[in-house]
Design a protein around this ligand. Sequence first.
Ligand code: BT5
Length: 241
Amino acid sequence: MEELSAGVIERGLQTRIVGRRVVYYPSVGSTNEVGKEAVRRGAEEGTVIVTEEQTTGKGRLKRAWLTPKGNIALSVLLYPPSERLYHLIMLSSLAVAHTIDKMTGLKSEIKWPNDVLIGSKKVCGILIENDIGNGFVHAVIGIGINVKLDPAASSDFLAAATSLNREAGREISRVDLVRTLLVELDRLYDTLISSPHELYEMWSHRLGTLGKKVRVTSGDEVTEGVAESVGEDGSLRLRLG
Ligand code: BT5
């Protein structure tokens, strides 16, 4: 298996902001936790924390995210204007979908708000943690991608999961995957700043959720309905029933 390191990821990387600094850990609890600590210590925007194994990876709503060795988990620190925070879910899921296009040619779709699926199975999960303390807006964008995880060898827990290697039928280079993802994130961050409406349009065209029956959990409340449209603030409009 190819070696991952900050050096091989950074070498010749043509980005403006994302990946200006890359920090690699062979194994870590959660890259988002490391990222939040880095923000507190004044890390520069665009810093990336990357690992191939998380021991306490987090999903949304206190759920767990599994990252056994050989996969990819990374967090990117971005400090956008506060009125652009809503667009970060669009930026991140779209960057992953574009990366999968480029790396595998496989068709992927975005499941609202920001999972990425191949053939209706989850290949990527995203957890964005924002804070606006003392007027300093910062976001830690955590992205987990299954590269070699074998759902069949795992528990029922992962029945609805898949991985890039499995779908592509070959070994995907994790170095190329991370580098492609950083370039896409950087390019779309530019779009987020200069023309957020364009980003919204690209994202909503890629959403596989519209027209489907969905169940949305918010706190203790669960709502079911048919997904009708998405707003520019990322909100989903449901037809109840
Ligand atoms: C997510 O939550 O999908 C967000 C996952 C974010 C992970 C990244 S990795 C880098 C950064 N550091 C972290 O600690 N986290 C972020 P959610 O929508 O709540 O989905 C969680 C659910 O997905 C779990 O309850 C499982 O059912 C399922 N799951 C867990 N691990 C999975 C995996 N590797 N692949 C597919 N599904 C998984």
